[in-house]
Design a protein around this ligand. Structure first.
Ligand SMILES: [Zn+2]
Length: 573
């Protein structure tokens, strides 16, 4: 049997299994027990805090044939079907990959039809903030006149991006970060159950680096165990948690010291893509700077260094900084922290910060030339200037990763430049081949093995793949979409890594299976091109003359084949 990632094996199956969200789970249990559930819920909170787990449990509990105090029994046929993801009345939609209006319109049309097996039809929409404005409008219409026996559970890590009109029609729950103590207890429980020897301090390190996410904690634990032959030692935990952060901070600080903004941005993107929060990262930069200042000052003060963020590699670059530069960096980072706390656009602030501190210090006189006494204006001009620089640097970063020398004229049109490059990288033939025999079942299989695939990768590889998900699959191949074009390019150009991915997938699938990559921004267009190209003119006429008999509409057939009947509505009247 394929190796199963810990967080999947230990995914909670009842409300009382859910760790660290007692108020929420108790409220939901009471609602189920007293048949007072709402028709729409909004679950928001950081990743890995139990939102999707609770959504699945709630969907099961309201439909369970034999519930106890609001808990699902996990024994009746409905519970069993739900646990095996084969209950047709529970429909999971990942808005990150289905953000089109049409998918939501399909829900709107289909929602009127009663559930087929269970009491309630439950739509779980994950990452709901990714829906387009049009899709939100369509969803709102449904929420305004909710049909009987339908429940919507919307889950999001970014509730501030959801229209107030939607929020006001839901019952909203805020999932908290899980406390270090709760994470520790859960890991201890699992290790004892699996009869695995462990070091207490190792568990502490893992709990700390999980930043309140149970899924992250269990993934790190998985990795540490695979390093250590099923024994958890302090050294393994340090390697797994520290390798990432130390390596990253050293490369980031080195680029800053060498005044290389393009390289500094590259490591910033890696750090953000690996799931570190921007705020945590700024805290780390300040701690590192403090250490470097102490180290540079004199030997007495250096005894007060914070050893948790100090490595030999960092001390080795200490003499690249003088203390006035370090003070300047600390000032800039603290100023950015204030902005981070009040903004959704944390990535942009981090980019601006990175460019600022990786350039030689700006002297006050250069800003005075542009100043007319209006501080806001100066600030805006400066931000615009930095944004221009960043988009230019992004092109440079890409060229660096291509092994080419930086091109000067690209800064004018960085977008067009990206696209041209992606088009030459895109392997449409391979994508079309997968789409040619794609089915929803294959896509579900791909999603099923995905976490296991991730746990087979090295940390740095996993960091890149964190922004990628399968969006279509056939028996022989999987199309994987990347949130950022830059990561798509990096992986696409790394033939060795691609081969490794394909090998691992084939091993998990127990058959040959290709991996084909696509930037997420291009995916809807490619999907549409494929569907359009695969209707011959003959069929097109038929579609026109015969619109109401949807079964013969090749576009619908094609779409159904790709994405399944729950997304594409093909009702028979
Ligand atoms: Zn049941």
């Amino acid at each position: 049997m394929a190796y199963q990632a810990l967080y999947r094996v230990w995914r909670p199956q009842t409300f009382s299994d859910v760790i660290g969200q007692d108020v929420i789970t108790q409220t939901l249990r009471n609602a189920v027990a007293s048949h007072m559930t709402s028709h729409a819920y909004l679950f928001s909170g950081p990743r890995g805090t139990g939102k999707t787990s609770c959504a699945k449990i709630l969907a099961k509990a309201v439909n369970c044939l034999n519930p106890h105090d609001g808990e699902p029994c996990n024994e009746c046929e409905i519970c069993l079907a739900a646990n095996e993801n084969r209950l047709n009345d529970v429909i999971e939609i990942d808005a990150a990959s289905n953000n089109g209006v049409e998918e939501i319109r399909d829900i709107r049309d289909k929602v009127k039809y009663a559930p087929t097996e269970a009491k309630f039809k439950v739509y779980i929409i994950d990452e709901v903030h990714m829906l387009s404005q049009g899709a939100f409008n369509a969803l709102l219409k449904t929420l305004e006149e909710p049909p009987a026996n339908v429940m919507f559970i919307l889950a999001t890590t970014e509730p501030q991006k959801i229209p107030a009109t939607i929020i006001s029609r839901t019952q909203s729950f805020n999932f908290r970060r899980i406390s270090r103590q709760d994470i520790l207890e859960r890991m201890t429980f699992i290790l004892k159950d699996k009869n695995i020897q462990y070091d207490e301090e190792a568990l502490n390190i893992i709990a700390a680096s999980a930043e309140g996410g149970m899924r992250d904690a269990l993934s790190i634990l998985d990795q540490a165990l695979s390093y250590g032959d099923d024994e958890l030692t302090l050294k393994n935990a340090q390697e797994v948690t520290g390798a990432l952060s130390n390596e990253q901070i050293v490369s980031y600080m080195t680029a800053i010291a060498d005044n290389k903004p393009a390289e500094a941005l590259t490591s910033l993107y890696q750090i953000l893509a690996s799931g570190r929060s921007a705020l945590r990262f700024t805290e780390m930069i300040i701690r590192v700077c403090r250490n470097l200042i102490l180290y540079n000052s004199n030997s007495d003060l250096s005894k007060q260094m914070d050893n948790s963020v100090m490595t030999q590699e960092l001390l080795d670059i200490a003499d690249k900084f003088d203390n006035s530069r370090l003070f300047y960096i600390v000032d800039q980072v603290s100023a950015t922290q204030k902005n981070l706390k009040n903004s959704n656009q944390t990535d942009i602030y981090m980019e601006i910060l990175t460019v600022k501190i990786s350039e030689p210090k700006v002297t006050p006189s250069t800003t005075e030339e542009t100043t007319t006494g209006n501080d806001d204006k100066v600030e805006n001009i400066e931000i615009d200037k930095l944004r221009d620089q960043i988009s230019h640097l992004q092109s440079e970063v890409k060229d660096l990763s291509n092994g080419a020398t930086p091109v000067q004229q690209v800064s004018a049109k960085p977008k067009g430049h990206h696209r041209a490059n992606n088009n030459t990288r895109l392997n449409k033939t391979a994508i079309y081949k997968v789409l040619g025999s794609a089915t929803k079942g294959d896509l579900n299989n791909a999603k099923d093995i995905w976490p296991d695939l991730m746990s087979m990768l090295e940390i740095s590889q996993r960091a890149m793949m964190r922004v990628a998900q399968p969006v279509a699959a056939s028996p022989e191949g999987i199309v994987v979409a990347f949130d950022y074009a830059m990561w798509f390019e990096q992986v696409q150009d790394d033939s060795e890594f691609l081969r490794e991915l394909t090998d691992n997938v084939s091993r998990l699938m127990k058959k040959d299976c290709q991996i084909v990559l696509v930037p997420k921004a291009d995916w809807p267009k490619i999907r549409k091109e494929y569907i359009d190209n695969n209707i011959d003119s003959d069929n097109k006429d038929k579609v026109k003359s015969n619109k109401e008999t949807k079964k013969t509409d090749p576009t619908v057939d094609e779409a159904v084949k790709l994405f399944g009947e729950d997304i594409v509505d093909i009702k028979e009247d």
